[in-house]
Design a protein around this ligand. Structure first.
Ligand code: ATP
Ligand code: MG
Length: 439
């Protein structure tokens, strides 16, 4: 019975008192993505299961253990998206977005679903912001992708708290040699590896490097390193990425052990990590997936992207004691006495709201005293009392709740404009000049 008032394990609510933090981050990320020339893509929360099998990869933890998959009443297998890239790539193909010119640059905000063990900063429903660029093999695209992520962290003043770890995992050509070396190495530990890794040994031995089991990760420590095996083309590509990052002033650390959790990565892979969030230190991960579009049935189209975990970013901002500004202030509270005043108040708040300024009036039926207490509680910048007397004179006083200063204002058609003027004239409120009337 208590179930109906209990959220599902691993899912979180964002409460009204906290949502400004998400809105602040989303706004900043949109601005940043747009300044790099990315446009938003929105795709469904579910897709055909086969898309994730192919797109994310059969040998990954995500596909093997973590997907929320179910059959519809019509018998189609559907999966709640565990990540954002597969859906965006599917949309690229379905709508032939590449016909409008390459590269196609898109950003997304998605909720993701993975059946994982809940831990601090690890959830079953979580949120990602991500960038995608389709149709470019140039190392400049890799560098731009990384610069965009870095730029978001810098704007949030946490650039110094994150380390950018960089690696190249080569292309299928050079990887064949590497797989051989890995197989040889891990075969010596066949009796110790977990069952999942044993099955990966044949199909995708690189996945073993990403295994979270303590025994496997201990064995993986001395495994051959991919950077020793990459071909000349991949090496040159990697060098160019590094050069461009150097010239952009982006600092990085080469970590030859990063392989990323999804199957589709090739060449550049990267993670932004912090030691301030315990075991879940990866805030953002990405890289190149040159084979993905082909894997999904399209033509060869080198592509890349990253995904940034919103919950982890918020946790890091919290750990860094960064205060996120809450711009949501009530500009005006109108307290009313009597029906006439209430009707007038409805007309006046409408005018003020048309300037995108938050205005409220009583919708509970409180006494005047209780209304004023409420105005205080919500931190209204201005308040006004409307009674029969004010209605008759068609004038009222608005009070600056911080300074106590009162100004008389007429209640006619120009009330909204008059109120905004008072707000702008008020020295305490330099931000007021940003308000523009919505058309
Ligand atoms: P991890 O190694 O932490 O499991 P991952 O390699 O599975 O991460 P990706 O699939 O690359 O992660 O997802 C990108 C980002 O999304 C991660 O860096 C992280 O910030 C976030 N993320 C992934 N899984 C979760 C989760 N279960 N809960 C919260 N955030 C997550
Ligand atoms: Mg994972």
């Amino acid at each position: 019975m208590a179930l109906i008032t209990k959220r599902v394990y691993g899912a979180e609510d964002v409460l009204p008192k906290d949502s400004y933090k998400w809105q602040f981050l989303e706004k900043l990320m949109r601005e940043e993505a747009q300044s790099f020339g990315f446009k938003e893509i929105r795709t469904p929360v579910f897709e055909h299961t086969e898309l994730f099998r192919r797109g994310v990869g059969d040998t990954t933890d995500v596909v093997q253990k973590e997907m929320y998959t179910f059959d519809t009443k019509g018998g189609t297998s559907i999966t709640l998206r565990p990540e954002g890239t597969a859906g965006a790539a599917r949309a690229l193909l379905e709508h032939a977005l590449y016909n409008d010119g390459l590269p196609v640059k898109a950003y997304y905000f998605v909720s993701c679903y993975r059946y994982e063990k809940k831990q601090a900063n690890r959830y079953r429903e979580f949120h990602q912001f991500g960038l995608e660029a389709y149709g470019t093999a140039s190392p400049a695209a890799d560098a731009e992708m990384i610069c965009a992520a870095q730029s978001i962290f810098d704007r949030l003043d946490i650039g110094e708290r994150l380390t950018l770890e960089l690696n190249s995992i080569g292309c299928p050509d050079c990887r064949a040699k590497y797989y051989e070396a890995l197989k040889k190495y891990f075969e010596g530990y066949k009796d110790k590896l977990c069952d999942t890794c044993l099955s990966r040994l044949e199909r995708n031995p690189m996945r073993i490097l990403d295994c979270k089991s303590p025994i496997c990760s201990e064995i993986a420590k001395d495994a051959p390193v991919v950077l020793d095996y990459i071909c000349d083309d991949c090496r040159e590509h990697f060098e160019s990425v590094k050069r461009l990052l150097d010239s952009s002033g982006v600092k990085y650390k080469i970590n030859p052990r990063i392989v990323r959790g999804l199957d589709y990565y090739t060449r550049t892979v990267f993670e932004f990590v912090t030691d301030e969030l315990g075991a879940q230190g990866t805030v953002c991960g990405g890289g190149r997936y040159d084979g993905l579009i082909e894997e999904l049935g399209g033509q060869h189209m080198p592509s890349l992207g990253f995904a940034l975990g919103m919950e982890r970013l918020l946790a890091l901002l919290g750990a860094a004691e960064k205060t996120i500004p809450d711009f949501d202030k009530c500009g005006l509270y109108i307290a009313t006495m009597g029906d006439k005043a209430q009707e007038k108040a409805f007309e006046l708040v409408k005018q003020v709201r048309s300037y995108s300024v938050r205005a409220e009036t009583d919708i509970v039926g409180r006494s005047l005293r209780a209304q004023m207490k409420y105005a205080d509680k919500i931190g209204a910048e201005y308040s006004m009392v409307l009674g029969d007397d004010e209605i008759e004179r068609n004038k009222a006083e608005i009070k600056n709740m911080t300074t106590g200063k009162k100004s008389e204002i007429s209640l006619d058609k120009d009330f909204g404009e008059g109120f905004i003027r008072v707000k702008i004239e008020n020295e305490d409120n330099p931000g007021a000049c940003f308000f523009t009337k919505e058309k």
